[in-house]
Design a protein around this ligand. Sequence first.
Ligand SMILES: Cc1ncc(COP(=O)(O)O)c(C=O)c1O
Length: 377
Amino acid sequence: MKNIKIFESDFDSAESKAVHDVVSSGWLTSGAVTERFENLISDTLLGGMQSVAAVSSCTAAIHLALIASGIKAGDEVIVPALNFVSDFNVVRAVGATPILCDVASLTNWTPSLKNIKDVVSDKTKCCIIVHFAGIPCLDIFKIRDFCIDNKIVLIEDVAHAAGATVGNKKCGSIGDYGAFSFYSNKNISTGEGGCVTSRHDVGVFKRLRSHGMTTSTMDRDKGRAFTYDVSDLGLNYRIDEIRAAIGIEQLYKFSIKHKKRRSLVVKYLELLPHSVTSPFSVAVANESICSVDHIFPILLPLGTNRDKLRISLLDSGIQTTMHYPEPWSFSAYNDQFSANGCPLVSEITNRELTLPLHTLMSFSDVEYICHKLKSFL
Ligand SMILES: Cc1ncc(COP(=O)(O)O)c(C=O)c1O
């Protein structure tokens, strides 16, 4: 029987050798390999126009962007409701209040400017936009201009969309800050990892990721400094050299892996049952954007018993998942969030199913998945 996982890691001897080389070097964290990784992220994913500070996760990147922006208790931060919980958690971690916004439509699962205007208030100090599934937010330039006019900090959550393009701009280079994830299941994977990007100097992030210290262990090892000042209230959000080395190898393969993902998405769109829709149908046809096809979400026909379908696919060796549970269903949030104001996210979260998409899949896997889906529906 087939065993098609929702995602699979795609490493080879290049990553193994890179890890071995770091271990043999004897310098395991915050060194030359991390700097090379940061420069390569800028060149490969951001058109060379941004400064990059590699950190331990996307969650860390957003947390530091909120701290650096001075977001604090009493402030409101607009966050798309169709989202991973980390964005809500870090807003709470700085004492601010996350305010949910809806998405544009059942075919465009990112917020429109109208969705933002619907929830903005005098207390709004920051807005986080997610480029969902790797598909860039279509209204990102309008949202950026609105944020500039209203002195609102714009953070792009690029966890799904490293390397994606909208207009002639790279996701993560449009807002004040970009936050990337290199978690295991991401298109660029280092196990755990992330980075924060900005067109301004990222020196503040390099201090904040390392306890707010003004010099590093490497500076002291090289004799460039003997001690340090603590200029900011930082945390330990460093990435290590082992992960940076894996990330460099992953970036070298970015373009070829992207082509593989795109070919699988095109095959899905060709073979999906007609009653099923996907935000990719519209995204792939839109020449003004280039998605990086991170996950493959579909919207099931109204009335489908999603749980029965999930079990039936699992019995056929097909793993599925959902992106994401409704945020108002979480016990840590059900007294603060509600579905009011987010009717589309409410509908999407009830009808969404994520099908497998990873670079070790074949066309025959996609054919098999679509065949099983058709048989059930
Ligand atoms: C949209 C989104 N934002 C943020 C994150 C958090 O990323 P990390 O695990 O690197 O902290 C994720 C993780 O999956 C995500 O999907």
